[in-house]
Design a protein around this ligand. Structure first.
Ligand code: NAD
Ligand code: WQD
Length: 332
């Protein structure tokens, strides 16, 4: 298949591009590089011996998207492009709504005009909101507590409506839990600029001495050690889930929301200790107040992914820490 990967130089996109190429598909990337680097293309080439076709463009740029679709016969789109920092979305909501919503509207219209009606969309466990109790199942009501989460929730609804109005559309809404780790080669991974918002890159930056100490947001949650529990998933497993979703979209029409997680919960302190073990580096941390908007526990029910996609995560926390650390060491 010829697959257009929006946001394909980003963290999850780049790992998915590697697997697409390795599976014999042709990947075409469109990314505006607002949160990634063109150097990622070298990493992808070093891993799989092929450089994907790359367009530096914004998904809101209709003419640029039309050019991509006219120059390539695109069979399906994996749509990663979007802004993703929860805290930032509260500060600059308009940018989040404009980027994530308008970017998807323009993409959908251009796809429709080109007769390409298959999309795998990056949704998030954030759509389960604050009212549900883990394990989260796809049929639970959705909610959102910040503009970022709202964009995912709204886009799920919009894509569902598009597919309901035209029975030729096939849409898979993948609800990711907490993707971490890196490609085992250490050639691609996640190393955000500035101070990371997410736990894993924060721990990794403390380990290499870039940051002095991790703040653990609360140890009074109703969890085994009092710290927040999440369903961390190796980015390579997550990428593999996209290939399975693509196969599914080829054979089915309509919309399905599917969780991609491991179904296992890991606490903040468990992750800290696993990282210490994998790296051999002690991680300095201190307990601080809870972070507003956080829930105690978030992990997936993964039965639907097993049943519909024949997919389940293979890697555990040890491999996630090993591969994330291996990548970090190469960043120094
Ligand atoms: P990322 O920031 O590494 O990748 C997103 C890519 O999209 C970046 O390369 C960025 O430059 C590009 N981009 C952003 N807006 C664009 C636009 N308008 N036009 C073109 N390119 C644009 O993020 P990621 O972690 O790889 O996440 C990918 C997707 O998965 C996002 O939609 C994100 O919301 C979603 N998601 C991520 C997580 C997570 O924890 N990483 C969890 C759930 C869902
Ligand atoms: C994990 C745990 C924190 C940082 C976010 C988004 C979600 C999705 C994934 C995109 C929590 C604790 C964190 C720190 C800490 N992204 N923590 N110190 O909040 O589960 O999910 O990323 O869709 O939408 O909300 O991930 O990595 O920020 O936090 O103690 O410096 O680590 O309280 O328990 P989260 P996270």
């Amino acid at each position: 298949m010829n697959v257009l990967v929006t946001g394909g130089t980003g963290f999850i996109g780049s790992h998915t591009v590697v697997q697409l190429i390795e599976a014999g598909h042709t990947a075409v990337i469109v990314d505006n590089l607002c949160n990634s680097s063109v150097k990622v293309l070298d990493g992808i080439e070093a891993i799989c011996g092929k450089k994907p076709l790359f367009y530096k463009a914004d998904t809101r740029d209709r003419a640029a998207l039309q050019k991509i679709f006219s120059e390539n016969k695109i069979d399906a789109v994996i749509h990663f492009a979007g802004l993703k920092a929860v805290g930032e979305s509260v500060k600059i909501p308009l940018e989040y709504y404009h980027n994530n919503l308008t970017g998807t509207f323009v993409l959908l219209e251009v796809m429709k005009d080109a007769g390409c009606k298959k999309m795998v969309f990056s949704s998030s466990a954030t759509v389960y909101g604050m009212e549900n109790e883990a394990p989260f199942r796809e049929d639970m009501p959705t909610g959102a507590t910040n503009p970022y989460g709202q964009t995912k929730r709204m886009l799920e609804q919009i894509l569902t409506d598009v597919a309901a109005a035209d029975p030729e559309w096939s849409v898979v809404l993948l609800r990711y839990f907490n993707p971490i780790g890196a490609h085992p080669s250490g050639l691609i991974g996640e190393n955000p600029n500035g101070i990371p918002n997410n736990l894993f890159p924060y721990i990794a930056q403390v380990a290499v001495g870039k940051l002095p100490c991790l703040s653990v947001y609360g140890n009074d949650y109703p969890t085994p050690d009092g710290t927040g529990v999440r369903d961390y998933i190796h980015v390579v497993d997550l990428a593999n889930g996209h290939l399975k979703a693509l196969e599914y979209a080829e054979k089915h029409t309509g919309t399905e929301a599917i969780n991609l997680g491991t179904s296992r919960g890991t606490s903040v302190l468990e992750l800290v200790h696993a990282f210490e073990k994998a790296s051999g580096v002690p991680i300095r941390y201190r307990i601080v107040d809870r972070r507003p908007g956080d829930i105690a526990a978030c992990f997936a029910d993964t039965e639907k992914a097993k049943k519909l996609l024949g997919w389940k995560a293979e890697f555990g926390i040890e491999e996630m820490c090993r591969d994330g650390w291996n990548y970090m060491l190469r960043q120094k």
